[in-house]
Write a protein that binds this ligand. Sequence first.
Ligand code: ATP
Ligand code: MG
Length: 326
Amino acid sequence: MYNPPTVPEASTPVPEPRVVPREQIARARVLVVGDVMLDRYWFGDVNRISPEAPVPVVHVQKQEDRLGGAANVARNAAALGAQAGLLCVVGHDEPGERIVQLLGDSGVTPYLERDPALLTTIKLRVLSRQQQLLRVDFENTPAHEVLLSGLARFDALLPQHDVILMSDYAKGGLTHVTRMIANARAAGRPVLVDPKGDDWERYRGATVITPNRAELREVIGQWKSEEDLHARVAKLRADLELDALLLTRSEEGMTLFAAEGILHASAVAREVYDVSGAGDTVIATLAAMLGAGLSLVEAVSLANRAAGIVVGKLGTATVDYDELFH
Ligand SMILES: Nc1ncnc2c1ncn2[C@@H]1O[C@H](COP(=O)(O)OP(=O)(O)OP(=O)(O)O)[C@@H](O)[C@H]1O
Ligand SMILES: [Mg+2]
């Protein structure tokens, strides 16, 4: 049965997005800061059980690599046609090199801090006949000195960027996020944050924070009604001096809590194939559009349209200019 999109009570629908000229987006300079990772997939056949232990033996025939975390966010901003830079820490290893190569292919300018003692975060999946058999993660926390030099680099990069985007995956790359936010705001730059964990004091003073439902629940508790949600978010915004909060609500779309009021964008997906990474597309679109000079409400409207497109795609988790404005 078809259910018409609903707008939660006491919120206004966001207006329909307008077409933004390509050249206007091309002027937007977005700096993404955060934790990068490499998503690696090994595909192969299983024909026997190992003589060493009761586990399948996979004969690997194909490898695929994709940018993950902050690198996927930066790639999304570049795909829309914005200028995207990425400040992050990687190790001196093969996955680190692969990330550099993939960033180059995506048109993202890398500003990498190298930590020789760091294992670049990589998530390796072993698949056979579309079945995931195992996931293996390599990661550790960047060294103190490397993070401090990243902070100095951040300050140097600030003047050349219009919007700052913090993509937190709790791997340590954003240890100095509070200082970075304060410095960016002092320089008059808006800061967007995709949060992780329950300590949001670190994001104090951000312009917009973009949690999903589970992430917000971890911080404000379970809300009993839409009205209760509005009250809890108002208190959080005041406590942490956040200009706005954009709650992404999966199939329910997204709700913006801001000085402009409470605005809701219903989900617009025609087909839903792959929802992973939709949050990355949302915040990247928001940043590109704010960088292009759009209002926050206009940017949200386009971010919602971009999310509706990306969930309908398998694999490539980006939306380009033509797809967004066709
Ligand atoms: N099942 C769905 N149907 C329609 N739209 C969806 C669906 N899931 C996600 N979306 C769109 O994508 C947006 C972001 O999704 P969601 O709230 O799940 O973010 P997220 O949990 O941060 O995603 P992720 O962390 O996997 O990238 C939603 O606000 C909505 O516009
Ligand atoms: Mg997310």
